[in-house]
Design a protein around this ligand. Structure first.
Ligand code: 57M
Length: 358
């Protein structure tokens, strides 16, 4: 909004620049997050939005009375920063807003059922998955119908790309829904999910800026996506909002983000990866999310396979997702979280190096 008011109407050139607006979007989101936290904490406690504990949790893990749905704070801070600092005439910004509100609402209903109606299972996996597919399909169809590029690009091999055509739609749905669920699975220890969200957002802040700048995109041989620069401001705001949340989610957590946070932030990262034509960079930068999801897939299929073959299911990991495996090995929770953050930083550096290695 400030872009239109102060640059387009009043002609203040400073508010044109994406770098300037990114910095202040991050600071705005962080400031709003800190400012609103006491209100949200009181509200969540008043409304008894406390995390219900699943019985099969390891004893060390049964955290009583921690309010959940802290993702509402992240989304509020993020959306305020976006409305203030983004160019609201850019269609990508409205795609991002649709994803945040749509997946956030789905997560809210799930959290509400778990926390308020005291049903630890929340929405059924089938309902959750169907709504995720529906939301992601809406985004993919809108992009396809708008003439958005359906080319699929790969890191390193700048000449290697091909047109997905109509298959762009299921591909985009897979990326958005897959990332949404991957962040959701990862959000199982204090600070564990928000750390990689921050490092991955930083990677896509850089990639969005480059993709939206015709000279830089050409120089670095990355696909030029007109208007993608606005996504750098979205990613910067996400970093700011996430840092404010991490202040309170750091071990021992005062609040959990809830599905309202994990589903929406994951879907946002997936959407930004699709919009910047860098889905495989997301697989690198978001490698922790990939490992956590793969651990669940491998565990479940191996359990089913051994049950069929030997009559009793066997596990490869002590427990999936991966963070529980290390918990069962006796690693303390903060150690697991910080080590996963370190791996995320390494993966973010490798992902950024893809800008030059091509
Ligand atoms: C999302 N939710 C946390 C919190 C957070 C298919 C199967 C792998 C599904 C998976 C599952 O239930 N995933 C749900 C993970 C939960 O966190 C809440 O959920 C929100 C995120 N969606 O914001 O509101 C618990 O995680 C802990 N937590 C923290 N700090 C945080 O900042 O301590 C969360 C955030 C919270 C809190 O205790 O209650 C969760 O873990 O449920 N299932 C599993 O992950 C289970 N794994 C499993 O069953 N493995 C099996 C098979 C299926 C692979 C096996 O290995 O054989 C584990 N879930 C839990 N404990 N809770 C089992 C151990």
């Amino acid at each position: 909004m400030l872009y239109i008011l102060l640059y387009q109407v009043l002609g203040i050139v400073l508010f044109k620049y994406i770098t300037f607006r990114s910095i202040y979007a991050a600071l705005t989101a962080m400031f709003v997050g800190f400012l609103l936290y006491p209100y949200f904490e009181r509200k969540l406690k008043d409304l008894q939005f406390k995390q219900t504990i699943k019985e099969y949790l390891p004893e060390s893990h049964k955290k009583k009375n921690v309010p959940t749905m802290g993702g509402l704070l992240i989304l509020t801070a993020l959306l305020i920063a976006i409305f203030l600092w983004n160019n609201l005439l850019n269609p990508f910004v409205w795609v991002v807003i649709f994803v945040l509100v749509g997946f956030g609402a789905l997560g809210f209903v799930d959290d509400y059922i778990k926390a308020r109606l005291k049903n630890p299972e929340g929405l059924s996996e089938r309902v959750k998955f169907t709504v995720q597919l529906f939301l992601a399909f809406g985004v993919a169809l809108f992009l396809y119908e708008s003439g958005f590029s359906t080319e699929l690009y790969f890191p390193v091999f700048k000449e290697l790309h091909f047109d997905l055509g109509l298959f762009f739609i299921p591909w985009a749905v897979f990326v958005i829904v897959g990332t949404s669920n991957a962040v959701n699975l990862t959000d199982g220890l204090d600070g564990l999910a928000i750390g990689p969200v921050i490092t991955t957002s930083f990677v896509f802040m850089v990639f969005s800026y480059v993709a939206g700048n015709v000279k830089l995109a050409k120089y670095l041989h990355v696909p030029y996506v007109p208007g993608a620069g606005e996504l750098a401001i979205v990613c910067a705001a996400l970093i700011g909002a996430s840092l404010a949340f991490l202040w309170f989610n750091a071990y021992p957590a005062d609040v959990f983000m809830g599905d309202v946070g994990s589903l929406s932030l994951g879907a946002l990262l997936g959407t930004v990866a699709v919009l910047t034509k860098q889905e495989f960079v997301l697989a690198i930068a978001g490698g922790i999310f990939v490992l956590e999801t793969l651990s669940v897939i491998i565990q479940r299929y191996y359990f089913k396979y051994t049950k069929k073959k030997y009559g009793e299911g066997r596990r490869i990991f002590k427990m999936a997702p991966l963070h529980h495996h290390f918990e069962k090995k006796g690693w303390e929770e903060p150690k697991i979280t910080v080590r996963f953050w370190i791996i995320s930083i390494i993966l973010a550096l490798i992902a950024l190096s893809m800008l030059k290695i091509r």
